[in-house]
Design a protein. Structure first.
Length: 202
C-alpha cells in the first residue's frame, strides 16, 4: 500500500517536473530569435523645393523586436538635381548611403521614424557658361532623419504599405537632403513592408 502511494507520488512529481520543463522551454523559445519576425521592404523618396528635385530608392532588411518596435538595416541610393535660380548653373549629385532605422508604433497605423545614414556622394557642378569646365567632387556626410508616418494594413500582419515625412536634423553641410543654400528639404518616403515568413499575427 505504502509502495503504491510512493509510486503514485513519484509519477505525479515526474509529470509535474516534465510539464514545468516544457513550459520553461516554450518560454525560452518565445524569448529567442523568431524567423517570422523578419521582414524586408523598400521605398521611393521624393523631395521638392525651389529649383531642386530629389529621387531615391531605399531597400531594407529588418526584424520586429515586438509589436511596437521594428529595426532594420537600410541602403539608400539618391539622385539630386539643383538649378541656381539666378544663373544657368546646375549641380547634380549621386549618393550611396548605408544606414539603419528604428520605427516605433504607438498605434498600429501610426509610427515614429528615426534613421541614421552615412552618405558617399559624387557631386558635379555644371556651369551655364560652356567655356568654364565642369567640376566633380567626392564627398561624405552623416544624416539623421526624424519624422512620422502612416502604415496601412499593419493590423492584418507584418505586410503593409506606408508613407512617411522625414527631415534631416543633423548639421551636415553635404547632406543630400539639403539644397545648395543649406535649407532642409522635406523627404517623403512611400513603400511596402513585406513579411518574409507568413503566419504571424500581431
Amino acid at each position: 500500500m505504502k509502495t503504491n502511494i510512493l509510486y503514485t507520488l513519484l509519477i505525479s512529481l515526474f509529470i509535474h517536473v516534465n510539464v514545468f520543463a516544457q513550459e520553461e522551454e516554450k518560454a525560452a523559445e518565445k524569448k529567442g530569435f523568431k524567423k517570422e519576425n523578419l521582414f524586408t521592404g523598400g521605398n521611393v523618396s521624393l523631395a521638392f523645393s525651389n529649383g531642386a528635385t530629389m529621387i531615391g530608392l531605399s531597400p531594407y532588411f529588418g526584424y520586429s523586436l515586438n509589436k511596437y518596435i521594428d529595426v532594420a538595416a537600410s541602403f539608400d541610393f539618391g539622385y539630386i538635381s539643383q538649378r541656381d535660380p539666378y544663373t544657368p548653373d546646375k549641380i547634380r549629385q549621386t549618393s550611396y548611403s548605408p544606414g539603419a532605422f528604428i520605427r516605433i508604433f504607438p498605434l498600429k497605423f501610426l509610427f515614429a521614424h528615426a534613421q541614421y545614414e552615412h552618405a558617399f556622394i559624387r557631386q558635379k557642378y555644371i556651369p551655364g557658361n560652356s567655356s568654364i569646365p565642369t567640376i566633380t567632387e567626392h564627398l561624405q556626410n552623416n544624416s539623421v532623419l526624424l519624422g512620422a508616418g502612416y502604415a496601412g494594413g499593419r493590423e492584418d500582419g507584418n505586410t503593409f504599405y506606408y508613407i512617411s515625412l522625414l527631415f534631416d536634423v543633423a548639421d551636415g553641410k553635404n547632406s543630400p537632403y539639403k539644397d545648395q543654400y543649406g535649407r532642409v528639404n522635406p523627404v517623403i518616403r512611400a513603400g511596402f513592408n513585406i513579411a518574409l515568413f507568413q503566419g504571424r499575427r500581431r
